[in-house]
Design a protein. Structure first.
Length: 127
């Protein structure tokens, strides 16, 4: 009888626990797709490692805020002009690299801040 009661109590918990990872994965994919749709892009004809080094240096000069750097995914998140800015650098083609910049100010997309950051990144890469 004790085992039956224990099984009845634990069954809903086990069922909910198995659904949680699926919900998290689905949410993450939707957020990622939304981010890419709102990001500005620039294609540059340089090696991805050169562009990534330039972007890291430029972002350090653009803001005094803390940089959250993900070396594995070549991504940086920081604050610029009270906006949360996310920059991704990806190899797009042979000797071609794509830079993504997305900015959110007060939880709304801020194309003005993203454009300002993108202009500085590309200008610093050309210097």
């Amino acid at each position: 009888m004790k085992h039956l009661i224990l099984a009845l109590v634990l069954a809903p918990i086990a069922a909910l626990a198995s659904c949680a990872p699926l919900a998290i994965v689905t949410t993450t994919i939707l957020v990622t797709d939304d981010w890419k749709d709102n990001a500005l892009t620039a294609d540059v004809s340089d090696d991805v490692n050169v562009v990534w080094a330039s972007v890291r240096s430029s972002m350090a000069n653009i803001t005094d805020a803390l940089l959250h750097v993900d070396e594995d995914h070549r991504a940086i998140q920081t604050r610029v002009d009270n906006a949360v800015v996310v920059v991704h650098v990806m190899q797009w083609d042979v000797d071609e690299t794509r830079i993504y910049v997305e900015a959110q100010k007060y939880m709304l997309h801020s194309p003005e801040v993203a454009q300002l950051v993108m202009q500085r990144l590309v200008a610093n890469l050309r210097d």
